[in-house]
Design a protein around this ligand. Structure first.
Ligand code: FES
Length: 495
């Protein structure tokens, strides 16, 4: 078969592909995102054709015109490779958090692999079960991103009939990661443990996700899923079956179960909370007696979605802002000119604009104008500020409603742990300033990849700890709370 070379600028990478290979099949490995899952509506997979030719179909041309893209741009999701080409692509540096933290364990014989299977990124660690030392790490971008960036678009792709393909590519990708680890470390595996959100669990397991697309959002069996390596198409020896840990509720997966284990909140007398500020914004509050948890719709604004100049934490994004001598100073990833703003800086911007009295308690721009310039090019509009208010209110309302369920006040929470890659980069002073978390900063701690920490802990446990956590945990539907609307609207204000 005819082969072609694709050169990626400015990554300096070259790939060889077969004639007629769809670009969507190969570019996701380099961080190109396909947020709408290849429907041609988001325009985020756009690439600039610097050299060579990509033929444009009628449908492709219509999409390009609708997105008002210049003639040298193509949508990767509509393009096939028919000659040698050079493409300019956006450089996505996804943050992949591995983990080296220490935890209590009872030594065992052998080796295990713990895997945090996220919507965007996947991390696998080989652990020596006699010492809990990490011997090898593999990370990768989730190859399912070509079916959409977030959970909703992944579910939609399943509804469009792609479940089988998505199951197959993820099993194969994780099998390859494990293979790479075992190539470097020739050991006999005792266990492989996976954790991930509910949608990832169902797709990996080849289960139906359609119940998650409609009310009452009850996914069928969310319990522990076990597989032999042969069932997954993995050519490797594992003493025990591969285990995908159980989800807690329809949108609260085993990544949060692992997070609870990592914080140890299920064994503490004082009430402790865990917040994962990922796409889904999960919140857990509990202690040794009881635990409540919920998911919120906080994520999109923090990931730059729905913000006019919002972008991921990539080159050109403002990553933080500070107020120095009454003037706003910005830090830009890659030290280049600012092209947009990412989630961590959005929190800073709103906190600072409040401090400068440029926005009022309802989020209104005090000057009456429609936008505020942060730099010469980058600005926040009134709508952006309102989007932020929705996101921060989702977290603040979630904390309040879950506290109410436990018959405590938010102020009674002894400590809050922030999980996830995004959480690692936020400025806690500004988080408190905006009212997203209504507790003193000293009570809030960043904990990194709690899902991976918990998955490693599961390598040392039988199912007892999982059962202990699940038996204490109640999944709460926040919107179902009779006071939800009032609390949510109240939390949108800047007090
Ligand atoms: S336009 Fe959305 S993925 Fe291509």
């Amino acid at each position: 078969m005819k082969k072609h070379t694709i050169r990626l600028h400015p990554l300096g990478k070259e790939i060889q592909v077969n004639d007629l290979t769809p670009l969507i099949d190969v570019l996701h490995e380099f961080g190109i995102e396909f947020p709408c899952g290849g429907k041609g509506t988001c325009g985020k997979c756009k690439v600039r054709l610097l050299d060579g030719e990509i033929q444009i179909t009628y449908q492709h041309r219509q999409k390009l015109e609708r997105l008002a893209l210049a003639p040298d741009w193509r949508l990767a999701c509509f393009s096939k490779c028919t000659s040698d080409i050079t493409l300019e692509v956006e450089q996505f540096n996804h943050l992949i958090l591995a983990d080296e933290s220490e935890f209590d364990f009872t030594p065992q014989k052998g080796f295990g692999i713990a895997i945090d299977f996220g919507t965007t990124t996947i991390v696998a660690q080989l652990v020596d079960l006699t010492s809990a030392n990490v011997l090898a790490v593999e990370t990768m971008l989730n190859p399912q991103v070509k079916f959409g960036a977030d959970l909703i678009s992944r579910i939609q792709s399943c509804l469009d009939g792609h479940t089988g393909e998505m199951t197959q590519i993820i099993r194969s990708a994780i099998g390859t990661m494990i293979g790479l680890i075992l190539k470097r470390q020739d050991v006999h595996l005792e266990k492989v443990v996976l954790v991930g959100n509910t949608v990832m669990q169902l797709i990996f397991s080849g289960c139906d996700v359609s119940p998650l697309s409609m009310y009452p959002f009850h996914a069928g069996d969310l319990g522990m899923k076990v597989f032999t390596p042969e069932e997954l198409g993995w050519k490797l020896q594992v003493k025990e079956k591969v285990q995908f840990y159980p989800s807690i509720g329809s949108f609260v997966g085993s990544d949060i179960l692992a997070g609870i284990a990592a914080t140890g909140l299920h064994r503490k007398e004082n009430f402790t909370a865990l917040i994962d500020l990922g796409t889904n914004g999960e919140i857990v509050i509990g202690n040794i007696d009881q635990i409540v948890c919920a998911s919120t719709a906080a994520g999109p604004a923090f990931e730059g979605a729905n913000i006019s100049m919002g972008m991921r934490a990539v080159t050109g994004a403002i990553s933080s802002l500070s107020l120095i001598d009454g003037k706003m100073e910005v830090s830009v990833i890659g030290n280049t000119a600012a092209k947009g703003i990412c989630g961590s800086a959005l929190i800073d911007a709103v906190a600072i604009l409040r401090k400068m009295d440029l926005i009022g308690m309802f989020g209104e721009i005090n000057s009456g104008e429609d936008k505020i310039q942060l730099t010469q090019k980058v600005y926040l509009t009134q709508k952006d500020i309102n989007e932020f208010q929705l996101a921060k209110a989702a977290i603040a309302a979630g904390l309040t409603i879950l506290s109410n369920k436990l018959e405590i006040q938010v102020a009674d929470i002894h400590e809050i742990y922030i999980a996830g890659g995004f959480g690692n980069y936020i400025n806690l002073t500004n988080v408190v300033e905006t009212g997203m978390i209504e507790l003193p900063e000293e009570k809030i701690h960043k904990m990194g990849n709690t899902a991976l920490i918990g998955a490693k802990m599961f390598l040392f446990e039988d199912s007892e700890m999982t059962q202990e956590i699940l038996s204490k945990t109640i999944h709460v539907n926040l919107e179902g709370d009779p006071n939800f609307q009032n609390i949510y609207v109240d939390k949108m204000l800047f007090q």
